[in-house]
Design a protein around this ligand. Structure first.
Ligand code: 4NP
Length: 161
C-alpha cells in the first residue's frame, strides 16, 4: 500500500480538495487498490467541520464528489504515511515543527512535482477556488506521474494479486 496524506492549515479547503481530486485520479488510472489517501490540517481550529461550501461546490462543478471531516495532523500520521504532501511553505514549516525535523525526506510541497514549483494559492485569502483547484489538479497529476514510476513494481504486484 502507498500511503499518501495531503496537509493544509484548516483541512476544510485545500487538503480535502486534494484528497478527493487525487482519489479520482488514481481511480481513473485503475490503481486505487494500491493507495490509501487521507488529509489533515496542521491546526485544530476547524476540527469536526465539513469541507468549506465554496470548495465543495468547486469540486462538484468539476465532477468530483465526496465528503470529509476536518482533523488535525499528528506525529503518528506523518510517521505512518509514505508521502506527506503540503500545500504551501507555511504548512511545511508547521509539519517540521511537529516532527522536530524528522521525516523531512517524505514531506513535499504538492506543486514541487510540477514544472512550475509554487505554493497552492490559498483560497481562504484569495477567494479564488478555481485557481486553487487548478493548482491542486496540476500538483496531483505531476505527483501521480512521479509515484507511478517510483512505485511501479509495487503497483504491478498489487494489480496481479
Ligand atoms: P485550508 O483553508 O487550510 O485550505 O483548509 C483555511 C481554512 C481556515 C483558515 C485558513 C485557511 N482559517 O484561518 O480559519
Amino acid at each position: 500500500m502507498i500511503n499518501v496524506v495531503f496537509v493544509c492549515l484548516g483541512n476544510i479547503c485545500r487538503s480535502p480538495m486534494a484528497e478527493l481530486i487525487f482519489k479520482d485520479m488514481v481511480k481513473e488510472e485503475g490503481v486505487e487498490s494500491s493507495f490509501c489517501i487521507t488529509s489533515f490540517g496542521t491546526s485544530d481550529e476547524e476540527e469536526g467541520n465539513p469541507i468549506y461550501p465554496p470548495a465543495k461546490r468547486t469540486l462538484i462543478s468539476h465532477g468530483i464528489a465526496g465528503s470529509h471531516t476536518a482533523k488535525q495532523l499528528s506525529l503518528k500520521d506523518v510517521k505512518n504515511n509514505d508521502y506527506v504532501l503540503v500545500m504551501d511553505g507555511r504548512n511545511l514549516l508547521d509539519v517540521m515543527h511537529l516532527t522536530g525535523g524528522e521525516y523531512s525526506e517524505k514531506v513535499f510541497r504538492l506543486c514541487s512535482f510540477t514544472d512550475n514549483d509554487r505554493d497552492v494559492a490559498d483560497p481562504w485569502y484569495t477567494r479564488d477556488f478555481e485557481r486553487a483547484f487548478a493548482d491542486i489538479r496540476d500538483g496531483c497529476k505531476a505527483f501521480l506521474e512521479f509515484v507511478l514510476k517510483e512505485k511501479s513494481e509495487l503497483i504491478k504486484y498489487n494489480n496481479r494479486h
